[in-house]
Design a protein around this ligand. Structure first.
Ligand code: 3PG
Length: 222
């Protein structure tokens, strides 16, 4: 049975499914069929990146037409972006890095944030500000599985969402780690599948990834 969330936490965002799709949309017309395909494949936490001019509009139409999907904003780099994300219906935010200004803006507006970190110092800053569910970015380039194992020593209470270079082939190695709750990746939403309106392919990719296991995942949408 799918869990419904009145007030979402970062932990719930990370534990809902093994993968958070990192989505880049250039055409609003792709948003709703994409969300439906991912939902049909068992993925409902959708990270729409603020990398295109239509990103906020895509969030709005998904919220309106696929209300069972949980829309988040990705590539949130500035505190000034937070209000626009909330207005567009974002229920969580993901950032490639961390600033105290962004952390404070999200906390003030009660928007769950998965801030990006790649070093021990960045983790220390984020945890000082109260963030313990973090994106590890760029995961492969920043040391991959070996780095996460090393970070587990001093930061065993931190849960990571490794993102950047994760694929269907290597996701399992990450998800097997005790400090990884989920992974993030763009591979579920290939740009050419959107252009070709091949939503069946996206649904299949989502269905395959939804089956990946994480020892830290406690719930899963039905
Ligand atoms: C991100 O935007 O968070 C990452 O760049 C996604 O990386 P990927 O395209 O390697 O999955």
């Amino acid at each position: 049975m799918a869990q419904s969330f009145v007030s979402l936490t970062a932990k719930q965002v990370m534990q809902d499914a093994p993968v958070i799709p990192v989505i880049v949309l250039h055409d609003v017309a792709h948003a709703v069929p994409l969300a439906r395909a991912l939902m049909a494949g068992g993925i409902r936490m959708l990270e729409i990146t603020l990398r295109t001019s239509v990103a906020l509009e895509c969030m709005r139409v998904i919220r309106a037409e696929v209300p069972e999907a949980i829309v988040g904003a990705g590539t949130v780099c500035h505190a000034r972006d937070v209000d626009a994300c909330l207005e567009a219906g974002a229920r969580f935010a993901v950032s490639p890095g961390y600033t105290t200004q962004l952390g404070a803006a999200c906390r003030d507006r009660v928007l769950p944030l998965l801030p990006g970190v790649a070093t021990a110092s960045e983790i220390m800053q984020a945890q000082h500000d109260g963030y313990t569910e973090l994106k590890f970015f760029p995961a492969i380039q920043a040391g991959g599985v070996a780095m996460l194992k090393a970070l587990y020593g001093p930061f065993s209470h931190i849960q990571f969402c490794p993102t950047g270079g994760i694929t269907a082939q290597n996701a399992g190695e990450f998800l097997a780690l005790p400090n990884v709750a989920c992974v993030g990746g763009s591979w579920l939403v290939p740009a050419e599948a959107l252009v070709q309106a091949d939503y069946a392919r996206i649904e299949t990719l989502a269905r395959q990834t939804a089956k990946l296991g994480s020892q830290n995942r406690v719930s899963h949408p039905s």
